[in-house]
Design a binder for this molecule. Sequence first.
Ligand code: FAD
Ligand code: UDP
Length: 390
Amino acid sequence: MTYDSIIAGAGFAGAVTARVLAEAGRRVLVLEQRPHVGGNAFDCLDESGILIHQYGPHIFHTNDKTVFDFLSRFTVWRTYEHEVVANLPAENGRMELPVPFNLASLRLAFGPERSAQLQEKLISAYGAGTKVTILQLREATDPALSDLAQYVYDHIFVRYTMKQWGQTPEEIDPAVTARVPVFLSEDCRYFQDTYQGMPLHGYTALFENMLRHDNVDLRLNTDAREHLRFENGTILLDGAEFTGDVIYSGPADELFGCCFGRLPYRTLDFKFETFPADVVQSHGTVNYTMDEDYTRITEFKHLTGQVRPGVTTTVKEYSRAYTGADGEIPYYAIANADTAALYAKYAEKAAQFPRLHLLGRLAEYRYYNMDAIVAGALALSRKLIGESAC
Ligand code: FAD
Ligand code: UDP
């Protein structure tokens, strides 16, 4: 069999690209090192029959109609709008505050009178409906707002961020905490995007539908690095020159043997627990923002809408530094000036091979949501087949 294009990875980056190229008549070989498709969005039934997300909870949301329409060819959707609460110690036990911290959180934290005063100050300073990052709020000069900023920082951000990144909100890229702003609104949803939901039959089924095409061959349990070599501007596939496009969605440093040094990542340990109950927590995800050593607990039935009485499964997430040890998965790129400079060296090396394309959250070393990956994959694959992306 001869191929026009080779794709490493069957997550969103690889699968979307494979589909577009295949529909344009290209013969595509997809190499995936895991025993399944879907990348980190993979889901499956656990031993008790609960649909779980093996690599952590994934909720689809986008404002990009093109992305939504493309994926809708391969799934129908369950309408689902994610809500998150922070679970933290309170005077009489524990309390739950909506996250992003919003006007409802303000009332729960400060009671009706004080929250009314704070709300008025917030809205006159920033405007109703505004999203203010915690770092912006920390710059407030009004003493009452400055105290509020300290409260939100202490109760929602600093310890969660330390657990997740091993660094304070000031030390990490401000774009990270800006993902979860203080929201001057009664809207308790985690995302405000136009399109939100879960694939009705799961992500894995979506991927299987997307990759089911006569022009796509999929090889699971196959590390692309064992078949591809990059030498003097030439790409070799199993020792023979390959002149087609190669789309690589794994880590850029590992593709080149970490020759300039390792790019740092955060990895996660997941602890799945099954309980003999219909449901065990109030919301899809509960963040532990002040204590505990895990960051959050997600209960899948809230997300998937699965009806299965008397049994439910949750997952706890524990974050730590990625070391590159066997079996560890790099989940989060760590954006800063040093890592940008190091990544640039790998990007420059990749650019020596004009038909090699680094695509995806790992290959581009970016903190992308699923929709951004799909948008990037559509843009690249349409460029490769010579079709306008708009
Ligand atoms: P991946 O999904 O990582 O896929 C890359 C694939 O390439 C993997 O299957 C990997 O095995 C394979 N691969 C790597 N190297 C090789 C190689 N050498 N040979 C062969 N195969 C290889 N986004 C959202 O929009 N909403 C969410 O709620 C959300 N929740 C998330 C929760 C967690 C815990 C994490 C970590 C991410 C979350 N994301 C979420 C982000 C989402 O996972 C990514 O945007 C998306 O999975 C990226 O797709 P990708 O194809 O770039 O990478
Ligand atoms: N964050 C926080 N407390 C929260 C939620 C988020 O401090 O209760 C910060 C933390 O630094 C986190 C970032 O905001 O890494 C982005 O959160 P998000 O939920 O978007 O992270 P993801 O779902 O991608 O892990």
